[in-house]
Design a protein around this ligand. Structure first.
Ligand SMILES: Cc1ncc(COP(=O)(O)O)c(C=O)c1O
Length: 393
């Protein structure tokens, strides 16, 4: 901790523990204390920690070829791209290393596609208030939260923000200058706020009418988190582009952009690239993740356990007036509180449960998708105690 304070730039306010190992839904700190992990690296460790199939794939690939340039063909990258797009309306994938980079690539792809199709002048990107799309300059320009932009101006030009779940505002903003609309199906970082079915469906139709692309940021919601492979499937839409990262390679850094064939063709050699993007190690890990999701019916578990956890939280809420709301889809759950969310996180941590807060009013639960009823029962009893301790003090 002292070394971190002395040598690492101070970009996180950290809890005073260091996690040193993990297995399944449990992690252990440097003092040997065990925690039930309902943070999962913030929706990263969807198969839990050190899943044997992911570990085996990483070991095997590390002993074979860790990295090579995209100047050459990369076998696991090609297999991963096929796994991601097969059974979807997407045609091709681009690989990078994080969610912000995936959104950066999606924004560049959208601009290049519309530029090639309609000529210059159609460059505007519309996003939603309270959205979160990452920390690169274009990603904070897309992010609809001024606190993440402050001090970094001038931002990338051409971004416009509209209220979330307000179709009329989106319709009014979308013009023949609009290149793309980028939305989260469920706003994660700002407190787990799902888009209404009318909103996403309507946004898709507005985009189609205006000739603008619809980009769905599934960095947090994608790959089973909501009980379906992609959250947009709940809404019956087919976005032009989707971005992924977080859980894709089980904790090995990776990001991906999937696009319809016609859109994907706007990128040609030299138009966009990444040294590490889609390298053998990360893509071999991601293949193991996707195969495990499929073979072990993990997404179905996320759906069933999501319902069980939400039901448990709603029961708990009946006895805790400080809980204002339980919301979310699948295993992406927000518990609305009158305040003191960070105190509840700290209190739960003392009792062996990791959770995160979004602001002061939301507790966010994004456990591994392999979580069981017993884990959830344990989580609920620790939370009950934590809420009682915080709100009776
Ligand atoms: C919806 C969404 N988009 C983008 C990002 C940024 O991802 P990364 O931190 O991997 O750059 C996040 C991270 O929380 C996210 O939740």
């Amino acid at each position: 901790m002292d070394l971190t304070r002395e040598y690492v730039m101070n970009t996180y306010s950290r809890f005073p523990i260091a996690l040193v190992k993990g297995s399944g839904v449990r992690v252990v700190d440097s003092e040997g204390r065990e925690y039930l992990d309902f943070v999962a690296g913030i929706a990263v460790n969807s198969l839990g920690h050190c899943h044997p199939r992911v570990v085996a794939a990483i070991k095997q690939q590390a002993e074979t070829l860790i990295h090579c340039s995209n100047l050459y063909y990369i076998e696991p990258q090609a297999h991963l791209a096929r796994l991601l797009v097969s059974g979807t309306h997407f045609g091709k994938a681009f690989f990078c290393n994080s969610g912000a980079e995936a959104n950066e690539a999606a924004i560049k792809l959208a601009r290049r596609y519309t530029n090639m199709k309609f000529g210059e002048g159609r460059f505007k990107i519309i996003s939603a208030h309270d959205s979160f799309h990452g920390r690169t300059l274009a990603a904070i320009s897309a992010t609809g939260q001024p606190k993440y932009q402050k001090g970094f101006e001038p931002l990338v030009p051409g971004f416009e923000h509209v209220p979330f779940n307000d179709l009329a505002a989106l319709e009014a903003a979308c013009t023949d200058k609009t290149c793309a609309v980028i939305l989260e199906a469920i706003q994660g970082e700002s407190g787990v706020h799902p888009a209404t079915p009318e909103y996403l469906k309507g946004a898709w139709e507005i985009c189609k009418r205006a000739g603008s692309l619809l980009i769905i940021d599934e960095v947090q919601t994608g790959l089973g988190r909501t009980g379906k492979m992609f959250a947009f499937e709940h809404y019956g839409i087919e976005p032009d582009i989707v971005t992924l990262a977080k859980s894709l390679a089980g904790g090995v850094p990776i990001g991906a952009v999937l696009a319809r064939d016609e859109v994907a063709e706007a990128f040609g050699p030299g138009s966009h690239a990444s040294t590490f993007g889609g390298n053998p190690l990360a893509t071999a890990a991601a293949i193991a993740v996707l195969e495990t999701l499929r073979d072990e019916h993990v997404i179905e578990n996320a759906r069933v356990m999501g319902e069980y956890l939400q039901e448990g939280l709603r029961k708990l809420a009946m006895g805790v007036p400080e809980i204002t709301e339980v919301r979310g889809v699948g295993l992406m759950i927000g518990v609305g509180l009158v305040g003191r969310a960070r105190d509840v996180v700290t209190e739960a941590m003392k009792n062996g449960l990791l959770t995160t807060a979004c602001g002061d009013n939301t507790l966010r639960l994004v456990p591994p998708l392999i979580v069981t009823r017993r884990d959830i029962d344990e989580c609920l009893s620790i939370l009950t105690l934590a809420l009682r301790n915080v709100f009776s003090s």
